[in-house]
Design a protein. Structure first.
Length: 256
């Protein structure tokens, strides 16, 4: 079996109120923009840097259903980050707060955990407009952790970093993915993540031949951000988007 490596990680949010989402993440949290695009008024997206990973908010009709999502982001100075948040959005919905972690809801009701980075700033000045430079972790709720481990580690090939009774932590490209056993009564999810693969064609060929493969989006090329991608469901109906930038796979595409 050819080894597939993963590079970029995206945590993808489908927001009903797209403009409020852009305001929340760009102005309130102060995330640094990476890329934004618009095809027609009701099809657009905005991607942000979030330390090791990327957060993408999109508005596209007829996408697979998505529920309330959850992620964790480390910031270099949590108290200063909260100062900015309260300045920009005084009535922000804070669910819990300690010295090292704040949990709040974004404009769409998604759960955001802000954590104090373990790395010291060494007394240097911190830029309020560039607070996120540490570990980024997407959270996916799972009905069956054994099935989730088989899907993400055996089928996709993501390295398992840690196994606990009710959780698995895997390396997902340049970020982390936390797979949590769904507690009784939990209504979180389904959610969506994206993974940049070294060979989207080989991975598609391998996975699509499996009898348990469940397609969420056909293999295709996009014009607005020049990617080749496909989407599939994990065992708990979260959507995983596998992609590669066309500039990196032109020769492979010609041979496919």
């Amino acid at each position: 079996m050819n080894t597939i490596t993963f590079h970029e990680f995206r945590f993808i949010l489908h927001l009903k109120d797209y403009d409020s989402g852009v305001f929340f993440y760009r102005e309130v949290l102060g995330l640094q923009p990476n890329y934004n695009w618009a095809i027609v008024p009701d099809q657009k997206g905005y991607r942000f840097y979030t330390g090791n990973g990327r957060l993408e908010i999109i508005q596209i009709p007829f996408l697979p259903k998505q529920g309330v999502s959850e992620f964790m982001a480390e910031c270099v100075d949590l108290s200063l980050c909260m100062e900015r948040i309260r300045e920009e959005l005084p009535d922000v919905d804070i669910l819990s707060q300690t010295e090292g972690q704040v949990t709040l809801r974004d404009s769409g009701g998604n759960v955001v955990h802000l954590l104090q980075s373990a790395e010291s700033t060494g007394g240097a000045d911190v830029d309020k407009t560039d607070m996120f430079s540490g570990q980024f972790t997407g959270v996916l709720y799972q009905d069956d952790l054994s099935a989730a481990e088989d899907f993400y580690c055996a089928q996709l090939g993501l390295p398992l970093l840690q196994r606990r009774q009710d959780a698995l932590l895997v390396q997902a490209g340049d970020a982390h993915l936390l797979l949590l056993r769904r507690p009784d009564g939990c209504t979180m999810g389904p959610s969506m993540v994206g993974l940049e693969a070294s060979s989207v064609n080989k991975l598609y060929d391998r996975l699509s031949k499996r009898t348990d493969y469940r397609e969420a989006g056909v293999l295709r090329d996009t014009d607005f951000d020049a990617r080749r991608l496909f989407q599939l469901y994990d065992p708990s109906n979260n959507v995983v988007e596998i992609y590669a930038y066309l500039r990196n796979v032109r020769e492979e595409i010609l041979m496919h």
